[in-house]
Ligand binder design. Structure first.
Ligand code: C5P
Length: 314
């Protein structure tokens, strides 16, 4: 029986700007997404019966239809019914390392790995664009997770323009295990509080989304200048998450004072806060200092780094 194991990296947002609301209820965004080495491993193999099964070593991760990886398999079975009959069902085993509900695209990258894995398992020969289009129907971050790297993402987050890869920046991640922030809540609250400043006319909207391409953070990325990238980090969702989640605010303020931190920001809708650091050794020191300042066992800390790829076969 054929089987594939894929590495599914997490992401952080180096930049997240909310431009306006869309008629489909989503928001028009300008983001810079960055893959990181922290990853889950996904094994996919064929079953002799036409069923979809998901297993995960993490107790908080559902294994039913609410799991985005399950939905990815279901989507492929629906799109390619002949292959589903020919090759049989799918068993998906998720080895979780990425914190769940963290703003790190953990669920999205698992779904991306399932799309790539089934494409291989069923010999479909889909292009990256075809996989991204399928991914966009599952979630806004899924298309990015397929090829990963350093990417400008506009529209809902599914329109991707790759940038040269950054592979030399170290990252310390901090997340309280028991703390979760709903992405839908964060966007809804942002709309309620700041919706009056949204752009309304489509011409300005296109210009604003295009402006990110020539923005200062993109210039810093092109120059691979970690210090400048760190200075230009931005996330509009901090405006609603930080005032409502004092623990996230505390982490954000603490990171800003720790020696060796080039810059700090919340990732996506949170609650993970990250710090950019120049070397692995400094990252370990930063991690240790945060641990000493907050000895709470509920706080998880990781040292990782930027990488230049998304889903890969192991
Ligand atoms: O696409 P995804 O399911 O990951 O999005 C989760 C939630 O985040 C959506 O239901 C929506 O409330 C919000 N969202 C948004 N605009 C985007 C992406 C996400 O409002 N561009």
């Amino acid at each position: 029986m054929r089987s594939y194991t894929l590495n599914a990296p997490a992401k952080i947002n180096l930049y997240l700007e909310i431009i306006s609301e869309r008629s489909d209820g989503y928001h028009e965004l300008a983001m810079i997404l960055q893959s990181i080495a922290l990853a889950d491993q996904i094994n996919i193999h064929s079953l002799s019966t036409e069923t979809i099964r998901v297993h995960c070593n993490h107790p908080q991760v559902p294994t039913d239809k609410s799991n985005l990886a399950y939905q990815a398999a279901e989507l492929m079975a629906r799109q390619f019914p002949e292959a589903f009959v020919k090759y049989g069902g799918i068993e998906i085993t998720i080895n979780k390392h990425i914190p769940v509900a963290a703003g790190l695209a953990g669920g999205s990258t698992n779904a991306a790995a399932v799309l790539v894995g089934i494409d291989l398992l069923w010999n479909l020969g889909l292009t990256q664009l075809e996989l991204e289009e399928l991914g966009a129907t599952l979630g806004s971050d899924v298309p990015f997770c397929i090829a990963g790297g350093t990417v400008i993402a506009t529209g809902r987050g599914e329109q991707l323009s790759p940038l040269p890869g950054l592979d030399h920046i170290y990252i310390v991640l901090a997340k309280y295990r028991s703390l979760e922030v709903s992405t839908a809540w964060a966007y809804k609250t942002y709309r309620q509080q700041f919706g009056s400043s949204y752009l309304r006319d489509t011409e300005n909207l296109a210009a604003r989304a295009a402006a990110v391409h020539s923005g200062e953070i993109v210039k810093a990325i092109l120059e691979k200048d970690a210090g400048q990238i760190a200075e230009k980090l931005h996330n509009d969702l901090e405006r609603v998450v930080l005032p409502n989640y004092p623990q996230v605010l505390q982490l954000r303020e603490l990171f800003a004072t720790v020696e060796g931190v080039l810059g700090t920001m919340m990732s996506g809708s949170g609650p993970t806060v990250f710090a950019l650091v120049a070397s692995e050794q400094q990252a370990q020191t930063v991690k240790q200092q945060v641990r000493e300042a907050i000895p709470d066992e509920d706080l998880e800390l990781f040292v990782t780094r930027t990488i230049t790829h998304g889903i890969q076969l192991v």
